[in-house]
Design a protein around this ligand. Structure first.
Ligand code: NDP
Length: 434
């Protein structure tokens, strides 16, 4: 902890993983050897850099850029780029650490990384966003590469931004390698990649519900966020017969007791993806209720899908959800539940999946994009979707295999942490102290 002062999110992520690992390591002492745990919690490399660019008024702006290359043990560093004013070293180190386990769970050969900047795209013109992305890659390019480090999107970085970054990367390297995933379809992107994290989260939740003889059909579902992950979680839950009653953003929550429809979702996507608007703009266009400044968790539901950001669901929210009879919580976002909230769900017997298991479909499909680029082919939608479903089922099975507690209960937290750890740890032990 002394080495990571002022990094609460990073310490939170490490604490959660270590709590799962201790009992396992006691039974498998080889994992306490070769300084393995000390090495695992230290990123292999952290790059911090200046990003200077010129705004629409001719003013020079300076942001801070980062790339955390956490682990290359099982493949090239892989993980998204986040543009949000809350980005700092702690947030990106937690994300890169989590990513390492998540990527191992997919069973694809990808190491863990994460990057981003404190740049706030909100209110910036398209030209400013492009110039920022280009300035960011002017430094990032020397640290990434198809077999070294392959970034993708995350909060504030969607198809448009990935396009600008991939374009600048080509310009600087004079190569058309797959250095970014989440690209547009016309220049190497994969079908289903935009949908993959949201779809995968719902596929995972569906597997969880099956263990209790349930399905999404007829269930009430709350979703937080209204970005990439949230939108496709809404779509897939709806298509499985659920009634989705909330979405949100940092300004407040939409509560729609009639439930989402494909038509309403198309309006939300137009507001968010084309106009870069707020959920209140969506409320105005559809006449649904908007509550300013609140999160969705007070709305009674059977399934909750947090798809916005870290620590957006605390112990008070968890208590309310449990009191209202929630059956299943599957995280589309990374670490949206605080440690206390996660523990409360498990103690109450709620089916609770941590993001590193339930949202791994996004990076898994990025892995499939890398494969398609490497063989210079593109697979049909059905094939990518079928592989995504298989991967999510595989992660669920791995959680069941490693998540059994002494009292016979199943902890998806333990399952995901241990299954991811075993793969990375075995690879590290085999490659010696490096
Ligand atoms: P987007 O930028 O598309 O959407 C983010 C959503 O979360 C927006 O609705 C945003 O609202 C909200 N949000 C962001 N920060 C905050 C905040 N501090 N407080 C309240 N709301 C906030 O990002 P994604 O959908 O891609 O990512 C959402 C989550 O899913 C993140 O945790 C990300 O790491 C995770 N994830 C994403 C993957 C992907 O493939 N995209 C893969 C795996 C995980 P507002 O517009 O008001 O900021």
């Amino acid at each position: 902890a002394e080495r990571n002062l002022g990094q609460p999110e990073f310490l939170q992520a490490v604490t959660e993983v270590m709590e799962s690992l201790w009992p396992y390591i006691e039974k498998h002492p080889k994992y306490a050897e070769q300084g393995l745990l000390d090495r695992l919690v230290e990123p292999e490399r952290v790059v911090m850099f200046r990003v200077s660019w010129v705004d629409d008024h001719g003013q020079v702006q300076v942001n801070r850029g980062y790339r955390i290359q956490h682990s290359m043990a099982i493949g090239p560093y892989k993980g998204g780029i986040r543009f949000h004013p809350s980005v700092n070293l702690s947030v990106l180190k937690f994300l890169a650490f989590e990513q390492t386990f998540k990527n191992a769970l997919t069973t694809l050969p990808m190491g863990g990384g994460k990057g981003g900047s404190d740049f706030d795209p909100k209110g910036r013109s398209p030209g400013e966003v492009m110039r920022f992305c280009q300035a960011f890659v002017c430094e990032l390019f020397r640290h990434v590469g198809a077999d070294t480090d392959v970034p993708a999107g995350d909060i504030g970085v969607g198809g448009r931004e990935v396009g600008y970054m991939a374009g600048m990367m080509k310009k600087l390297s004079n190569r058309a390698d797959c250095v970014f995933t989440g690209k547009g379809l016309s220049f190497g992107g994969s079908l289903i990649r935009p949908e993959a994290t949201g779809y995968g989260t719902v596929y995972f939740a569906d597997e969880m519900l099956k263990t209790r003889g349930r399905s999404f059909d007829g269930l009430r579902v709350s979703v937080s966020g209204s970005g990439n992950v949230a939108q496709y979680a809404v779509e897939k839950a709806m298509s499985l017969g659920a009634k989705v009653v909330t979405v949100s953003d940092s300004s407040g929550t939409i509560i729609d007791e009639d439930g989402f429809t494909p038509e309403k979702l198309a309006i939300l996507m137009d507001v968010k993806n084309h106009h870069y608007g707020r959920v209140n703009d969506y409320a105005k266009r559809t006449g649904v209720r908007f509550e300013a400044g609140v999160r969705p968790w007070h709305v009674p539901v059977e399934v909750a899908l947090p798809c916005a950001t870290q620590n957006e669901l605390d112990i008070k929210d968890a208590t309310t959800l449990i009191k209202n009879g929630v059956l299943c919580v599957a995280e589309g976002a990374n670490m949206p539940s605080t440690i206390e909230a996660a523990k409360a769900f498990e103690a109450a017997g709620v089916l609770y999946a941590p993001g590193k298991a339930s949202n791994a479909g996004g990076v898994a499909t990025s892995g499939l994009e890398m494969s398609q680029n490497a063989e210079r082919m593109s697979w049909p939608r059905e094939e990518v979707d079928a592989r995504l479903l298989q991967i999510m089922k595989g992660i669920h099975a791995a959680c069941q295999q490693y998540g059994k507690r002494a009292d016979g209960s199943l902890s998806y937290v333990d399952g995901a942490n241990i299954a991811g750890f075993v793969k990375v740890a075995d690879a590290m032990l085999a490659q010696g102290v490096i």
